[in-house]
Design a protein. Structure first.
Length: 506
């Protein structure tokens, strides 16, 4: 790790002295309309699927950002504001939600955005065999397009979380005509400010050009957006060399200081970046005592201090510590080797056991953390083998049982309900496994109506998640992002997105 950092520092120095680097004529400067272009560098390919209804990978959010708007928007405090829907009304019995749609909006293929399109999107989210948002529409019994700009959702039960869901992937409206396209996964069509360009190379460089018919042209201050894939070790030289203009600093803990010393702007994101070990609970991890033993064998503070320079908060909960849904009264688990060994004996594993964990092959920081966890588990005779692999292989390998654990990050969503729904969905919860305490708490939270009721209910969910060790949460990283000089207007938000809306590049 020290060798890698030393090489990176030399590369930065060379770029600063020479004033040049790996530049690209499409990465900055004037674009086709004189507005310039903006390149975001990311570490993963998002699973090569940018359909919001069929891919829950946290790394896919940046690729969807240019293409999609959501029906509503949600602020960090849980307040809802207009998006593609300009108004919403909940009936007194809380069983009918009526949405009034923004007029004059079109999809990027020229088709009309209207109530019928919204209805088709919701029905697809409920019924498509590949949908990962089925649970988010569980309370919706039926949908009516009652007028071209009015959609009525008839609920089977009250669902205070529904508007929060509509601020995330469930609220991203795609053109129904485009679903039949063979390349829809990497060439989705929505209502957003930029549309996928034919110059895109999925898995390398996704190119988006300004959509001429966008309903709010004031946010299109650049005419081209690139989302380019690179390893975390390339983040610093790419930004200093101006072949990228923005990057989320998910790599080495020293990257922020290196960039600051190079004179580049670095700022906090305020978003979720939870490091956790997903457990396949169809085998040995079906026993909560075994899961608890793994959790207690891990020294979270050591990982946070030594590998992330303290830029994190240790936790056992599934949400970021400053979330309104986080239970601040519940302390994070502390390493307790004796108790971990006792739990292994009680669960029938006095000599420990072995399992395989997978991790992204491009996530160098996560690989380093997993190696540290491997050494900690060995102290209680738990032998964990590790296997880095491409993002596209991770979830299928985990779901099949070929690996019993998956070390990754989750970045939440506009609403805590989105993150929790994802964590218990079959993609990240093979089986699915049902915990007798967590699942009822989650159902009660989903039904809560007022923000006060929701906050109280979701704190119980967050606590139940930790107490059941549904997965092993490690820490929430205080994620930062950096931009090249002359860049302004970048807005970071969950899930792991640097938003290009309103960005200017000089």
């Amino acid at each position: 790790m020290r060798t890698q950092l030393a090489v990176t520092a030399v590369a930065v120095s060379a770029l600063l002295i020479s004033g040049c680097g790996a530049t690209d004529s499409t990465s900055s400067g004037a674009g086709q309309n004189g507005k310039g272009s903006f390149t975001i560098l990311v570490a993963g390919d998002g699973g090569l699927n940018y359909d919001p209804q069929t891919n829950a990978a946290p790394s896919s959010g940046e690729f969807r950002m240019p293409v999609f708007d959501t029906l509503v928007n949600e602020a960090a405090d849980g307040s809802i504001s207009a998006g593609l829907a300009t108004a919403w009304t909940l009936s007194p019995d809380k069983l009918t939600l009526t949405l009034t749609l923004r007029k004059g909006v079109k999809f990027q293929d020229g088709s009309a955005f209207d109530a019928d399109a919204v209805k088709k999107n919701i029905v697809r989210g409920q019924t498509d065999p590949k949908s990962v948002i089925v649970g988010q529409f569980a309370a919706v019994g039926s949908v009516d397009a009652t007028s071209p700009d009015t959609v009525t959702l008839h609920l089977k039960e009250p669902s205070g979380s529904l508007l929060g869901f509509l601020a995330g992937p469930a609220g991203m409206m795609a053109s129904p005509k485009a679903w039949a396209n063979a390349d829809f996964a990497t060439h989705p069509i929505g209502t957003g400010p930029w549309e996928v360009s034919d110059k895109s190379t999925p898995g390398s460089d996704m190119v988006y050009t300004a959509f001429p018919g966008y309903w709010d042209p004031s946010v299109q201050k650049v005419d081209t957006v690139h989302v380019r894939i690179g390893t975390e070790s390339t983040f610093i030289p790419s930004l200093v060399g101006n072949s990228a203009q923005a990057v989320m600093l998910t790599g080495a803990a020293t990257d922020a200081k290196t960039l600051t010393d190079a004179g580049l702007p670095v700022a906090g994101t305020g978003i979720s970046y939870l490091h956790l070990l997903y457990l396949n609970k169809s085998g040995v991890f079906a026993d909560p005592r075994v899961r608890a033993a793994v959790s207690l064998a891990i020294d979270r503070n050591a990982i946070c201090t030594s590998l992330l320079a303290g830029a994190c908060t240790v936790t056992g909960q599934p949400l970021r510590p400053d979330s309104w849904a986080y239970d601040s009264s519940l302390a994070a688990p502390e390493q307790n080797i004796a108790q971990a060994k006792a739990l292994l004996i009680a669960s029938g594993h006095p000599n420990g056991f072995s399992f395989k964990a997978i991790v992204s092959s491009t996530g160098t920081q996560l690989q380093t953390e997993l190696s540290a966890i491997q050494q900690m588990l060995a102290k209680v005779n738990i032998k964990m083998s590790t296997s880095p692999m491409p993002v596209t292989q991770l979830v299928p390998t985990f779901d099949s049982g070929a690996a019993q654990a998956y070390y990754s990050v989750t970045t939440g969503g506009a609403d805590p309900a989105i993150q929790l729904a994802s964590l218990v969905a079959p993609a990240y919860n093979p089986g699915p496994y049902t915990d007798p305490t967590l699942m009822p708490a989650l159902a009660a939270a989903t039904s809560a109506s007022t923000q006060e009721e929701r906050a109280a209910a979701y704190k119980k969910v967050s606590a139940a998640y930790q107490e059941s060790v549904f997965n092993v949460s490690i820490l929430n990283q205080k994620l930062q992002y950096a931009t090249a000089k002359g860049v302004s207007g970048v807005t970071p938000h969950d899930p792991l997105i640097l938003d290009a809306r309103g960005v200017s590049v000089r």
